[in-house]
Design a protein around this ligand. Structure first.
Ligand code: NAD
Length: 317
């Protein structure tokens, strides 16, 4: 029974992101109970039933719909995907700030009331601002309220680099840092291909003038969500897999490094802001923020991104 409780994951919001995540999490075989909660109770029930019908095909997990706040009791991790999504390719994530901060604040109050020891992973956009507000409301340690940050953006970056170099994405290590949004940037100085720093790899490979291609690749990462939303209305599979890796790192105490959205307390010379930086994830959520040695221009980009988020926070009603 103890194990069952410690591996319970509650997903708030059973829409495109929440249901995609539930599917990926079930396939991953790491949770013992997955509860879906949505203000649209029928949607949560339908998604849970649809997923439960695959039970013979993945490792045992009890998937069901539930209602807030009782569902949050005994959850090891509560994943918040509830709220408005970008309506189309012309809407930015920051445009969702007022309404989604309100929605997530009330969800967080419910979680705090019944399960003050939970770890909360926020995906709702603008994820950095919403995560920041949620943490301030709870006064919880920063490790226990984290956002999905730039984990998905870093995966997109790794995939694009891998395609470009003709190397498996698993051998490309690369991070997008800052806001999960328009001001995010590539930390080129941290990119490694096959264990070699990118510049060393390029000087051996010599198949292209990679310096010229860099801005194009970063712009492709930045515009990814807009392109997908333009094509199919929402993004779901990529973020679902990214969140599954985050939750896996927590449930399995992996000490994996991922660029989740973390509240900074002096790291990188920044305070009072929450954004995507490399963090060590363990059973307590964020165990450490890694202060990577950025170049002067990368540090400037991080500060610019932080300022944009702070300006957004200042505009919050
Ligand atoms: P969606 O409209 O398909 O689903 C959102 C769901 O939230 C709806 O079913 C709605 O009924 C529910 N909801 C709203 N208020 C609620 C509340 N108070 N309690 C419970 N449920 C509530 O939207 P989506 O495409 O799943 O996107 C969800 C969020 O995730 C959006 O903010 C979107 O921008 C964000 N997102 C984040 C990332 C990321 O990398 N962080 C990626 C994609 C989307």
């Amino acid at each position: 029974m103890t194990n069952l409780i410690s591996r319970k994951v509650v997903i708030v919001g059973a829409g495109a992101v929440g249901s995609g995540f539930a599917f990926a999490l079930a396939q991953a075989g790491i949770a013992e109970e997955i509860a879906l909660v949505d203000v649209n109770a029928d949607l949560a029930k339908g998604q849970a039933l649809d997923l439960a019908h695959g039970a013979p095909f993945y490792r045992p997990v009890h998937i069901h719909a539930d209602t807030a706040p009782t569902a949050y009791r005994n959850a090891a991790v509560v994943v918040v995907t509830a709220g408005k999504a970008q309506a189309g390719p012309d809407q930015s994530r920051l445009d969702l700030m007022q309404i989604n901060a309100r929605i997530v604040t009330s969800i967080i109050a419910d979680i705090q009331a019944v399960n003050p020891n939970a770890i909360v992973l926020v995906a709702t956009n603008p994820v950095d601002i919403v995560t920041h507000v949620a943490r301030i409301r709870t006064h919880w340690p920063r490790g226990r309220i984290l956002g999905s940050g730039t984990v998905l953006d870093s995966a997109r970056f790794r995939w694009l680099l891998a395609e470009h170099c003709g190397i498996s994405p698993q051998n490309v290590h690369a991070s997008i840092l800052g806001e999960h949004g328009d001001s995010e940037f590539a930390a080129w100085s941290l990119v490694h291909v096959g264990g070699l720093p990118m510049n060393d790899y390029c000087s051996i490979c010599r198949k292209c003038d990679f310096l010229q291609r860099r801005p194009q690749i970063v712009e492709q990462v930045r515009r990814s969500a807009y392109h997908i939303i333009g094509y199919k209305g929402s993004t779901s599979f990529g973020v679902a897999m990214a969140m599954t890796q985050i939750v896996r790192a927590i449930l399995r105490n992996e000490r994996r490094v991922m660029t989740v959205s973390a509240a900074l307390t002096g790291e990188y010379g920044l305070n009072d802001v929450t954004l995507g930086v490399p963090c060590v994830l363990d059973a307590n959520g964020i165990a450490e923020v890694i202060e990577a040695p950025l170049t002067a221009s990368e540090q400037q980009e991080l500060e610019r991104s932080a300022q944009i988020l702070k300006d957004g926070l200042a505009r919050l009603e």
